[in-house]
Write a protein that binds this ligand. Sequence first.
Ligand code: GDP
Ligand code: MN
Length: 399
Amino acid sequence: MNIHEYQAKTLLKSCGMPVPEGHVAHSAAEAKDIARSLPGDVFVVKAQIHAGGRGAGKYVGEPATGGVRLARSVGEVETFACEMIDRTLVTKQTGPEGRLVRKLYVEAGCQIGRELYLSLLVDREKRRLTIVTSQDGGMDIEDVAAKTPERVLTASIDPGMGFQEWQARDLAVRLELRGKQIRQFIQVLRAAYDTFTTYDASLVEINPLVVTKDGDLLALDAKMSFDESAFFRHRDLEDLRDENEEDPREQEAARFGLSYIGLDGTIGCMVNGAGLAMATMDIINAEGEQPANFLDVGGGASREKVAAAFRILLADPKVEGVLVNIFGGIMRCDVIADAVIGASHEVGLKVPLVVRLAGTNVEEGLTMLKESGLPLIVADDLGDAARKIVAAVRSGRKS
Ligand code: GDP
Ligand code: MN
């Protein structure tokens, strides 16, 4: 799960991260009141969406640009807020459809000297928390890594030892920080590490971490992601969820406890077993089309759960065809057939459906499907199934 910048800054601040003073606003009037209460006479108004690249973003159908704007008076904060709230912001991370801006963050502005990059993430290969930092902040770290890999510095944290000050000191020197900034960098890293470990995060990213003209370190932007498998330890994190920012297909799937990940392709997949689901996605890809989702209905799923899964696939406007690939073991083929028939009658089957069933109660399942009158295509094996669904989707596009 991802959270907004303003929420991430609140968590980081509680662990000792230096951040500018700011508050979240839901209207232009509220933004103005917040600006009045802030120190100084320069403010930053920031669109709160779960996507980066806001600074260079553009609003759909609007001349005013920018999801991050520098205001030089309280009046300007109100004007900018009016131009930003309830508009759709397109950044290179949102896709062309953009995201509706429902909230703004209003912060005290600062004078930037240098922009650095800092993040903490899990390096799965090393099985360690890794610090990534660079002198080239304010831009995409992927670009920096591609063009000038020598400017990306990393250090991994020994899980037995935890965060060590000497690592921060070493990185600070390599970032050409001086004097009090070295002590501040240690504090910044400790705060990032404490926040990460306290909340079982999977990412903490500060981009940019700035050195102000006065020579102090300050986290100007913050992004955090969490490992939902650890949510049982952090009930309060669930309150930070913003359903407006989440894939509606995944929300519906979560309500039924399904392992579902929405993707951008056109072939909906209903499969049992994560490995078979991955193989099914690969083979669709090998046939030249893309899966619309990952879905593992699991072993002992009920008819209701399978029907919910099938409804989610059929309700997805991107889906041009559905491939059901079940290797019946604990999951029985007749349960799958029953759920597919039920959900198809309920929602209406408007796209081609290819079914490949094997294993427990396969005869019963296939008989039920054939007798249901649904216009489905039966496949013998995985390769056959992929070829058939791809052919059906393509002929659907031509007609
Ligand atoms: P992103 O584009 O979504 O990553 O949004 P950021 O929060 O990183 O803001 C983009 C850029 O706006 C930063 O890299 C800064 O250059 C600039 N910016 C943000 N806050 C301030 C501020 O308080 N003062 C000044 N001068 N610039 C700021
Ligand atoms: Mn940023």
